[in-house]
Ligand binder design. Structure first.
Ligand SMILES: Cc1ncc(COP(=O)(O)O)c(C=O)c1O
Length: 392
């Protein structure tokens, strides 16, 4: 059983054994699986237990007390699925290694992950958040509506330091941002935050293209639903951070219940193993498509990050709703980061919940279309876009 590894191993799956650093591509296929060969296994087992037997309630009480103190994974057998799960822990270990952080904590979705961070900060009395637009529409909405009792100040990167208050608990940015692909100098942003933790949403770049923790971000968030899973068949979220923050997030996760299902944990771990290959291949195709779109007279503007990546945003002269309606190979759907190419109209879908004026001021025009480039052949994708763009 999977859990055997976490009981017997003094440096369980979460531990960072002392050994030479490994390249990202190697970590992607081996991290979170280091104990498997010793167990006589090749594929990671899936532990679906919701609870775990214990004939020693005193020991279980001590483990629960220890968890309540700092949120550290209790030593010994797991207690209950909401406290932690060995299969999910493998994904957390792997993602932490890829992002270069001490720990990572997985959640049921990207929004559950963001909610846990906000609640963890608010629990210490720091309810004020400074954020830079654009953000993913629902992240914007969560902050703007104050659904979790937080208060937000929106600013541009140059205004971050001035926006900080004694009760500021978090600075939140995305780079490249959803959906405009606007890029920030994360090192400069982290510097501007002073002692306030910076959360960088790294969903679009992935650790293959950018490791925000190395640039000063204390929290790195992913909608794992996107590139980490990579196949459009699993919802998840994760925060990579140091162990102290991770403990706070595990306590919030335990109390609020936004856990990642073990099957999702398995799929996300599997997704990580091909992440570098998928991101690099899709990025090469996206760079070529961005180039062709830029040269096309039917296209008014193209946004493609200097960093690279598999996302493109563009404005066509034709009605964006018409363009979306004409694709055949590309799927007209929200979300991103799958093996197949998706297109959507942010003003109608991903950023619909953002106030119209705020949306436009953040550069999300009514004409903007967002393309998530997959692994199809570049000429087949171009043929579909060429048809969708219509005649001049
Ligand atoms: C950049 C970004 N962050 C967070 C989220 C939220 O993630 P989820 O849909 O997994 O809750 C999304 C979803 O589209 C996103 O694009």
């Amino acid at each position: 059983m999977d859990s055997a590894s976490t009981y017997d191993d003094p440096a369980p799956v979460r531990g960072h054994a002392s050994r030479a650093p490994r390249a990202l591509a190697t970590e992607a296929v081996h991290a979170g699986r280091d104990d498997l060969a010793r167990q006589g296994l090749h594929a990671p087992p899936i532990d679906l237990s919701t609870t775990y037997p214990s004939y020693d309630s005193r020991a279980e009480a001590a483990r629960i007390d220890a968890f309540a103190t700092d949120g550290a994974d209790p030593a010994g057998p797991p207690v209950y699925g909401r406290l932690g799960n060995p299969t999910v822990a493998r994904f957390e270990t792997a993602l932490a290694r890829l992002e270069g952080t001490g720990s990572a904590v997985a959640f049921a979705s990207g929004m559950a992950a963001l909610s846990a961070v906000l609640l963890a900060r608010a629990a210490t009395g720091l309810r004020h958040v400074v954020a830079v637009r654009p953000l993913y529409g629902c992240s914007d909405h969560l902050l703007t509506a104050g659904l979790l009792g937080t208060e937000v100040t929106w600013t541009d990167p140059a205004g971050i330091t001035d926006a900080l208050r004694p009760d500021t608990g978090l600075v939140l940015v995305e780079s490249p941002a959803n959906p405009t692909l606007a890029e920030l100098d994360l090192r400069a942003v982290a510097h501007a935050c002073g002692t306030v933790p910076l959360l960088a949403d790294n969903t679009f770049a992935t650790p293959v293209l950018q490791r925000p923790a190395e640039l000063g971000a204390r929290l790195v968030l992913h909608s794992a639903t996107k590139y980490l899973g990579g196949h459009g068949d699993v919802l998840g979220g994760v925060v990579a951070c140091n162990e102290e923050f991770a403990g706070q997030l595990r306590k919030i996760r335990f109390a609020t219940g936004g856990v990642l299902h073990p099957l999702a944990g398995y799929l996300l771990l599997r997704g990580l193993s091909t992440l570098p290959v998928r991101v690099r291949a899709a990025s090469a195709t996206a760079a070529e498509l961005a180039h062709r779109l830029t040269a096309d007279p039917r296209v008014a503007r193209v946004h493609y990050p200097r960093l690279g990546g598999a996302m493109i945003a563009f404005e066509a002269y034709d009605d964006p709703h018409e363009v979306v309606s004409r694709v055949r190979l590309i799927t007209p759907a929200v979300s991103l980061g799958s093996v197949d190419t998706l297109i959507q109209h942010p003003a109608s879908i991903s950023h619909r919940v953002v106030d119209e004026g705020d949306r436009r001021r953040a550069g999300v025009s009514d004409r903007l279309l967002r393309l998530s480039v997959g692994l199809e052949d570049v000429d087949d994708l171009w043929a579909d876009l060429d048809r969708a763009l219509g005649v001049l």
